[in-house]
Design a protein around this ligand. Structure first.
Ligand code: SAM
Length: 309
């Protein structure tokens, strides 16, 4: 087996540690996450500081490229953010028959906007509690938003997403909750009253998607969220994707909640036609999302299937 790993990983690791390079050790979720701690070799520190709401650490890693950590938790890496952002944006947008108004809650790095603006939307809104995250991401990580913050269709608000959403009723076709994890300022976005406001802010055939956690935490994070959301929405679907840079490096779960449209009933030809009609030539630039991957992301192993209600 050693021959297939030429140079052997062990040898390299020893040489690296002998030079005393810096390693970023990801913070663990206090008492919630039960997986390993991930470490990333820091090639270059880009920014380290604290905003009013959270600690920010931006660095260039060996292998994953530029990375953003908030309160010690990795938010994305340059090498795999396209998987996360393409899936969280295009799966709900493509499920909806005619989306015109979109809201992103969180998402201050601009990655969801970058993907969503490829659709012929009329209005886009983004509310992030932390203006400094948006500023830092635009300055140091512009490859994520790629100019999305200057899109003429965009309304930008800096306040708690929970408060913002309460002021909107029956307005958005799609709501993407791209929050931090349920600790710190993100905690408010995992609670029952926020889910109720999301439901009320959506139009009658509206669809929401929530970033949740690794499937390894199915019983801890996913099941509890399903219980809360199932009181409000007709259809709930876990959306599966790989996230190599996240804790566990395992399969990650978003949860899609739909009022009227059953995502499981969408056929491949419908998705193919929609993609062509809505994105046109821009569809060729997608790196992960395709109608086939859309349907694949809705398939889960038996152990993670939600029970029919
Ligand atoms: N992809 C990421 C992940 O899960 O690792 C999430 C990315 S995004 C950077 C998370 C954003 O949510 C941050 O910019 C943070 O400021 C914002 N956020 C956290 N709590 C919030 C709240 N209560 N209201 C609005 N935005 C919030």
């Amino acid at each position: 087996t050693e021959a297939s790993f030429s140079g052997t990983a062990d040898y390299k690791v020893k040489a690296i540690s002998a030079k005393k390079e810096k390693w970023f050790v990801e913070a663990a979720f206090p008492g919630i996450r039960r997986c390993k701690k991930d470490t990333f070799r820091v090639e270059k520190e880009i920014f380290a500081g604290r905003t009013k709401y959270q600690k920010i650490y931006i660095f260039e890693s060996l292998g994953f490229g530029k990375m953003l950590a908030l309160d010690g938790i990795i938010q994305f890496s340059q090498s795999d953010e396209f998987i996360y952002h393409e899936i969280i944006a295009h799966v709900p947008l493509m499920t909806h028959p005619d989306p015109k108004r979109l809201l992103v809650v969180g998402g201050g790095d601009g990655g969801v906007l970058r993907e969503a603006r490829k659709h012929p939307l009329k209005e886009m809104s983004l509310v992030d509690i932390d203006e400094e995250v948006v500023g830092m991401a635009r300055k140091y990580l512009p490859f994520v938003s790629q100019g999305s913050f200057t899109d003429k269709r965009l309304t930008l608000a800096f306040q708690d997403g929970r408060k913002f959403i309460k002021a909107h009723k029956n307005h958005f076709d799609i709501i993407v909750v791209d929050s931090t994890d349920p600790v710190g300022p993100g905690k408010a976005l995992f609670q029952g009253d926020f889910y109720k406001s999301v439901h009320e802010a959506l139009t009658e055939d509206g669809i929401a998607i929530f970033q949740l956690g690794p499937f390894l935490d199915f019983d801890i994070i996913i099941r509890g969220t399903v219980v809360k959301l199932s009181k409000l929405f007709t259809y709930l679907n876990p959306v599966r994707l790989p996230m190599p840079s996240y804790s566990c490096g395992c399969e990650y779960c978003f949860l899609m909640a739909s009022k009227k449209v059953d995502p499981a009933k969408l056929a491949l030809p419908v998705l193919k036609r929609r993609l062509q009609q809505r994105l046109g030539a821009k569809a060729a630039d997608l790196k992960y999302y395709s109608p086939e991957m859309h349907l694949a992301s809705l398939v889960t192993p038996k152990i993670w299937r939600l029970k029919k209600r």
